[in-house]
Ligand binder design. Sequence first.
Ligand SMILES: Cc1cc2nc3c(=O)[nH]c(=O)nc-3n(C[C@H](O)[C@H](O)[C@H](O)COP(=O)(O)OP(=O)(O)OC[C@H]3O[C@@H](n4cnc5c(N)ncnc54)[C@H](O)[C@@H]3O)c2cc1C
Length: 389
Amino acid sequence: MNKKVLIVGAGIAGCSAALALARAGWHVTVIEKQPQWRFQSSGIFVYSNGLQHFRQIGAMEPLVQAGFAIASGRNRYLDQDGRPIVDVAYPALGSPPAPPILGIKRAEMHRVLSGLLTALGVPVQLGSTVQALQHHGSGVRAWLSDGSTHDADLVVGADGIRSGVRALLWPGVQPRYSDFGVWRSVHRRPAELVDKVMMMGLGKRLGIMPISHEKLYLFGTVAEPEGRWIDPALWPETMRARFAEFGGPARPFLDELSAHSEVLYTAVEEVVMPLPWHQGRVVLIGDAAHASTPFMGQGGALAVQDAVVLARLLAQEPSLPAALAAFGERRMPLCRFVQEASHRVGRAGAEQDPVRHAEAMRAFPAHAQAHVDDFYRRLHELDELDAPV
Ligand SMILES: Cc1cc2nc3c(=O)[nH]c(=O)nc-3n(C[C@H](O)[C@H](O)[C@H](O)COP(=O)(O)OP(=O)(O)OC[C@H]3O[C@@H](n4cnc5c(N)ncnc54)[C@H](O)[C@@H]3O)c2cc1C
């Protein structure tokens, strides 16, 4: 008889785990707290390392078709007035090579992943969450919010940064605030805008990324004090004000922000959780275990890679608890590396002293490409730990 897995959360990690485990022969049930599929609809970008893992669960091609791939891998760095600083190229990894960078609307990414689940016949119970978990014999019993119980051999907590599964079993682990806010808005894409653009302001960064042939999104990072609540009705005008000093290619998009614009504000948190990431037959993956600040754009890649590695370990390791222990040990070094790299980039971007900022920008062209190359070299080395699974 097939083993049964209950996956809590149908974001990137949950859908990916459901695809990987269903293909490996597991009987999969997914529960998702949201009553309808509704994903806040700004953009996300996924680099080649993440796309390689989406390929392994059969999702890369449809994602590439639904988004905007930057085949050159080019990221143009500009100052806040739009003057060029340096261009860098992100690598196309794998064989055949996956695109270096894909921009896609989150809702589109989700449409692709949930469509693949439907095609595989994997049920997703919307509007459902887990209220209690108890190990018994060689399984776990979950009490769901609709009053039912569900017995499984394995429970995967893929329920994001505010994970309910984590709250049940690791109540002491809390997200911590990063001191940054991220502002995002969606706009019509002018045909000539085909690269990723990063504008380096004083204490702020503002990026532009195509997410389809018709659309692009703007994403800006800026220090925001903890606990500041900003009325969503004011997000468009607040975003325009936060990045008022930016010109160049961002200017027309900032100018067009109005009450009707699609704008999203997120106060960024992270989760730094010690091992083990499992208790008995319950394991955390994705943001639930290791949410990162978004400066490396790697959270989605880590989530899908968790899913692929977990499925491979479960297939190869006869003891389920041993597979879950191996999962955390293999994934933590890479996740910590990304979290720390993201901290460094975040701190550098938050430099508010004009003299130090100017010095950093003068030095930047000489080492920008080397930083990208070193990051991917190290990712690859840490990834190699996963290879013999
Ligand atoms: C501002 C910002 C920008 C980012 N930009 C990028 C980027 O460009 N590229 C990138 O790769 N990453 C980016 N990330 C990170 C990326 O979004 C996350 O790492 C990724 O979404 C993690 O996927 P996940 O499935 O673990 O969690 P989530 O995407 O949060 O999914 C969790 C799912 O679980 C559901 N859920 C929550 N609680 C429960 C519960 N109790 N019961 C049942 N279901 C529940 C939620 O509704 C959701 O569907 C960004 C993050 C932020 C904050």
